[in-house]
Design a protein. Structure first.
Length: 246
């Protein structure tokens, strides 16, 4: 197990990477790391480039602060829901990489992943999760329709949410989502990116599974009595949200 001293240094390191890459601005974004029965998290109201080890806060898995002179960020419920729904997850990062977030705020999902290496890393799809208002009591319920099937997500009108086993894995997944969003954006005037053949996708997903990166034992579209695709799940969740707010 990584030492607490090393963990804090690593959190600060990736906070700085978020800032240097332009994935956050002002007080945007947050990082949390689960260590046994507690979390270490970035503080609220601080630019990630200014975060120091002394600013980090610890809290239990219910969100109660254990230590630290700063306050916990207001979106901690989003992180807690991820840990509750995915016990295998040890890191959650939320950020606003500009191009991927442009898709999110437009309510436009990214296309199915169209680069072979990225399918092994991220899976076949990057779901678009309907807007979750701050402090929404249904946060975990909404996320439960998506988190079992992927590790990276667009949050409508919010940004990008990434899960991982460690800080490096989570951060580089975030970096890859932004890279794919840029490629898709530049491909649109050229006629849009083309999907990979499905038999190729299946082989890549099998490779992902063998690498221990595929949580769900079978692709959702191939399981009986379940929604046929994440696109349909997204549509159902959007309709549910709209019906509740009219």
């Amino acid at each position: 197990m990584i030492s607490e001293v090393k963990l804090k240094k690593d959190i600060v390191h990736f906070c700085q990477k978020l800032t240097h890459q332009g994935f956050v601005a002002n007080h945007d974004g947050n990082i949390s790391v689960k260590v046994s029965s507690k979390l270490w998290a970035t503080p609220t109201a601080q630019n990630k480039g200014d975060v120091t080890e002394e600013m980090l806060v610890s809290l239990d898995l219910s969100g109660k602060k254990i230590s630290g002179t700063h306050s916990v960020f207001s979106e901690i419920d989003l992180h807690l829901a991820c840990y509750h729904l995915r016990p295998d997850v040890e890191v959650v990062i939320h950020a606003h990489p500009p191009v991927a977030t442009a898709f999110a705020v437009s309510g436009i999902p990214l296309q199915k992943v169209f680069i072979a290496e990225a399918i092994v890393t991220l899976g076949e799809e990057i779901p678009l999760i309907p807007f979750i208002p701050p402090g929404c009591p249904n946060t975990e319920k909404t996320l439960s329709s998506f988190l079992p099937y992927a590790d990276v997500f667009l949050l409508q009108n919010h940004g990008v949410l990434v899960l991982g086993k460690d800080l490096a894995q989570a951060y580089y997944r975030l970096e890859l989502v932004e890279h794919l969003a840029k490629i898709e954006w530049h491909a649109k005037p050229l006629g849009a990116s083309k999907a990979l053949p499905q038999n190729t996708v299946e082989k890549l997903l099998e490779k992902r599974k063998k690498a221990g990166l595929q949580k769900d034992p079978a692709h959702p579209s191939k399981q009986e009595n379940r929604v046929s695709s994440l696109d349909q799940i997204v549509a159902e969740e959007v309709n549910r949200f709209l019906s509740q707010n009219h």
